[in-house]
Write a protein that binds this ligand. Structure first.
Ligand SMILES: [Mn+2]
Length: 241
């Protein structure tokens, strides 16, 4: 459990889906966002799928992720507490981010904010993607992938990414399913549930309780902010040029 005082400003972002072949502008836009977080924020919640594919080798990191890691580390140094919920795409994130001062969460986590209980998670626990993550992240598949040359591994990741995007385009979770899940969690005593993963924004409120799904950074540049205990949906409209 993570305890925060109500005056803390929390930035929440997920599903940036950075790839080794992401274009420069996409990365630079995210770095601008991190700049804003450094200026205004106390906490940054990375709600998963920050990387479309990530494999943690003992000694190598992809060049294209360097700037992202560098600025995350800088944010930590500037006093931002960063928490990283592992998604169903970046489940192979290992100890490296710990070395940058980022706290890793493998599953749902309770955040207490000024007496309110918020359940924070990537969201794949709901649609069954969680099981795929569990299967792939086991020691055996990790050991197998470790044997593959990083350049070859990235090419494989590219193919898998294309396949899973084509596959998930048809996959739609209904608002009804979100609300059912939210009601269950409200009954368990949570005041709010926040998630990413579904690549769409969704807000459901009931008796002062809130389910907030912050949508999709990759396509819409959407993110969330918690400020003075209120939850806001935001769109990032700065661009590097
Ligand atoms: Mn996801």
């Amino acid at each position: 459990m993570l305890e925060l005082s109500v005056d803390k400003k929390v930035f929440i972002v997920s599903d940036t889906h950075f790839q080794d072949w992401s274009d420069e502008e996409e990365v630079e836009t995210f770095l601008l966002f991190l700049e804003k977080v450094i200026k205004e924020g106390d906490e940054l919640f990375l709600l998963g799928d920050i990387f479309d594919f990530y494999f943690e080798y003992k000694s190598y990191i992809p060049k294209s992720f360097f700037k992202i890691f560098f600025d995350l580390k800088r944010a930590v140094k500037e006093g931002v507490n960063i928490h990283y919920w592992i998604g169903n795409h970046d489940f192979w994130i290992g100890d490296f981010i710990g070395g940058l001062g980022i706290v890793k969460h493998l599953g749902p986590e309770v955040v207490k904010l000024g007496g309110k209980r918020i359940l924070v998670q990537h969201g794949d626990e709901i649609d069954g993607n969680f099981m795929v993550k569990k299967f792939l992240s086991n020691r055996f598949s990790r050991a197998l992938f470790y044997l593959i040359h990083p350049e070859v591994g990235m090419q494989m990741a590219k193919a898998v990414s294309r396949f899973s995007q084509a596959n998930s385009r048809g996959l739609e979770v209904s608002g009804e399913a979100f609300e059912k899940f939210a009601k269950e969690k409200f009954r368990e005593g949570f005041d709010a549930v926040i998630m990413g993963h579904f690549h769409k924004s969704y807000l459901y409120q009931e008796n002062g309780k809130t389910l907030a799904i912050f949508g999709d950074w990759k396509r819409c540049r959407s993110y969330g902010v918690i400020s003075n205990g209120n939850i806001f949906f935001k769109l990032f409209n700065q661009s590097p040029k």
